[in-house]
Design a protein around this ligand. Structure first.
Ligand SMILES: Cc1ncc(COP(=O)(O)O)c(C=O)c1O
Length: 426
C-alpha cells in the first residue's frame, strides 16, 4: 500500500492545524503557583507556601520523591486544562512539543534538538542500550546500585546480543575512588559506561564530569541514568559532556506520571538506531525504503503521545526555575543534614549515605541491626505516618528518605522523633 503525499501530509498536519485550534493552550500552560518573596533570614513562609500546593493527605509525610514525586496542584491544573482543551477539538497537541523541547533543553543544559520526550527514565535507558551498535563480546560497565530500570536494559542486551556486563560497587569514600573503580574495569572491549547520576538505593552522587572526560579520551560511550538527579540539583548536560542521559519527569521535577526525557548529544545522534519508529520519526511522505530520520533526538518519539503530560512537565520545570534551582538543591541538602544530625546520635543507627556534599544530595539511607528494614519501614508508616522507601538492593536492608519541595523541617524532626521512639521500644 502506498499513501499518496497529499493524504500523508493531511494526516500529519493535524498537529499543525491543531496548534491554531488550541491556540490558547500555551496561555494556560503556566502553573499559577503563588510564591511569596524569599527571605534569607526567614525562609520558612516561602517553603510553606510551596508545600501547601501539594495534594498530599495532611498529617501524612511523604518522604519518597525518589520513588515517585508528587506533582503540585498548579501543575495538575495545567495537565487537566491542557487535556480538556485538546479534547475539545480532538487534537494530539504534538505541535506543542517544540516549545516544550526548548524549556526542557534549558532546564537540562542542552539544545532543543537534543531532547526527546519519553515515558520514563527506563524507556530512555532502553533506547540507548538497544540502539547502540554493539556486538557479542562488547563490554558495558555500570554501577551495581543501578535501578532495574537502568540495569535491565543492559542485561537484556547481554541475553539478546551477548554484550558483556561489568559492574562496580559505588564508593562512599571519594569521587576519585569511583572514577578509579571504573578505570579498573575498562578493557579494549569496553564500549559503554553508564552510571546512576545519583544512585537509587542510598543516594550516592557519582562524578559524571570526570567520567565523561575519561570516556571521551578512551572513545567510550557515556550514558547517565539521571532518574534521581534532574530536579534534585541543577546541572548542564552539554557541560558535563556525556553522550546521552535519561530521566523521569515524575520524580524530582514534579511532572505528571509517565513523563520522561532522553538527551542524546547532537554529534552522536546517529549512533543510536531508533528501536521504535513511526510517523514522528521521519518526514517521509511515502512508504519507500529511504525513510531518513528527522533531525534531532525527537526521532525517538515515533507516535501519538499525551501532550498534556508533556505540557504539564514544562509547567513543573518552569516552576522549579521560578523557585530557584540552586535554592531547591540547598534546601534538600539542609533537610538531609537535619535528619542526619538527628539520627546519627541514636544508638545502633548506621547511615549509609556519605555526608560529603560531593557524594550526596537530597536523599539519605540508614539502617539499624535492631530491626529488619521492612519492619522498620512498616512501623515508620503505621505508627508515625512517614512514607519512606525500602532498600533491599545488594542486601543493604535499609530505609531511604527523599527530601524535596513537598517536605518541611517539621517532617525531618518527625522522622528523628519516630526513630528515637522505635529504637527505645526495640
Ligand atoms: C536510577 C533510576 N533509574 C531508573 C528508575 C526507573 O524509573 P522509571 O520507572 O520512572 O522509569 C529509577 C526509579 O526509581 C531510578 O532510581
Amino acid at each position: 500500500m502506498n499513501l499518496d503525499r497529499k493524504t500523508f501530509l493531511r494526516r500529519l498536519s493535524a498537529g499543525v492545524v491543531g496548534l491554531a485550534a488550541v491556540g490558547s493552550v500555551r496561555g494556560e500552560q503556566r502553573a499559577t503557583l503563588v510564591l511569596p518573596g524569599y527571605s534569607e533570614r526567614d525562609p520558612e513562609p516561602f517553603w510553606a507556601a510551596i508545600r501547601a500546593q501539594y495534594l498530599l493527605t495532611p498529617g501524612f509525610a511523604y518522604l519518597n520523591t525518589g520513588g515517585l514525586g508528587p506533582a503540585a496542584g498548579p501543575v495538575l491544573d495545567v495537565f487537566e486544562k491542557t487535556s480538556r482543551r485538546l479534547q475539545e477539538k480532538s487534537e494530539t497537541g504534538y505541535a506543542l512539543f517544540a516549545e516544550a523541547r526548548k524549556v526542557l533543553a534549558r532546564f537540562l543544559g542542552a539544545e532543543p534538538a537534543e531532547i526527546s520526550f519519553v515515558r520514563n527514565a527506563t524507556e530512555g535507558n532502553g533506547i540507548i542500550a538497544a540502539g547502540l551498535a554493539l556486538k557479542a563480546g562488547d563490554e558495558v560497565i555500570f554501577d551495581n546500585h543501578a535501578h532495574p530500570g537502568g540495569a535491565f536494559p543492559w542485561i537484556n542486551q547481554a541475553k539478546q546480543r551477548g554484550v558483556v556486563v561489568r559492574m562496580f560497587e559505588p564508593s562512599v569514600a571519594a569521587a576519585a575512588e569511583n572514577l578509579a573503580r571504573i578505570v579498573a574495569l575498562i578493557t579494549p572491549r569496553t564500549r559503554v559506561v553508564q552510571v546512576s547520576h545519583v544512585t537509587a538505593p542510598t543516594g550516592i552522587v557519582l562524578p559524571v564530569v570526570a567520567i565523561a572526560k575519561l570516556c571521551r579520551e578512551r572513545g567510550i560511550w557515556f550514558h547517565i541514568d539521571g532518574a534521581q538527579s534532574a530536579g534534585m540539583f541543577p546541572f548542564e548536560l552539554r557541560a558535563i559532556g556525556c553522550d546521552s542521559f535519561a530521566t523521569s519527569g515524575h520524580k524530582w521535577i514534579g511532572g505528571p506520571h509517565e513523563t520522561g526525557v532522553l538527551f542524546i548529544r547532537r554529534e552522536k545522534l546517529d549512533e543510536v538506531t531508533p528501536t521504535i519508529v513511526g510517523a514522528y520519526s521521519s518526514d517521509q511522505a511515502d512508504l519507500s525504503m529511504a525513510m531518513a530520520f528527522v533531525a534531532g533526538t525527537q526521532r525517538h518519539e515515533y507516535g501519538t503521545r499525551n501532550a498534556a503530560a508533556v505540557v504539564a512537565l514544562v509547567a513543573a520545570a518552569e516552576t522549579q526555575e521560578r523557585i530557584g534551582r540552586e535554592r531547591i538543591a540547598a534546601r534538600g541538602r539542609a533537610m538531609v543534614a537535619r535528619v542526619r544530625a538527628g539520627i546519627a546520635v541514636l544508638p545502633d543507627v548506621e547511615i549509609l549515605t556519605p555526608a560529603n556534599s560531593e557524594l550526596s544530595a537530597a536523599m539519605i539511607a540508614f539502617r539499624t541491626p535492631r530491626i529488619a528494614y521492612d519492619k522498620l519501614l512498616g512501623r515508620l508508616l503505621g505508627e508515625h505516618r512517614l512514607r519512606c522507601r525500602p532498600v533491599s538492593e545488594q542486601k543493604l536492608d535499609a530505609v531511604r528518605v527523599s527530601l524535596h519541595l513537598c517536605n518541611g523541617l517539621d517532617e525531618c524532626d518527625r522522622l528523628v522523633a519516630a526513630m528515637t521512639a522505635i529504637l527505645k521500644k526495640t
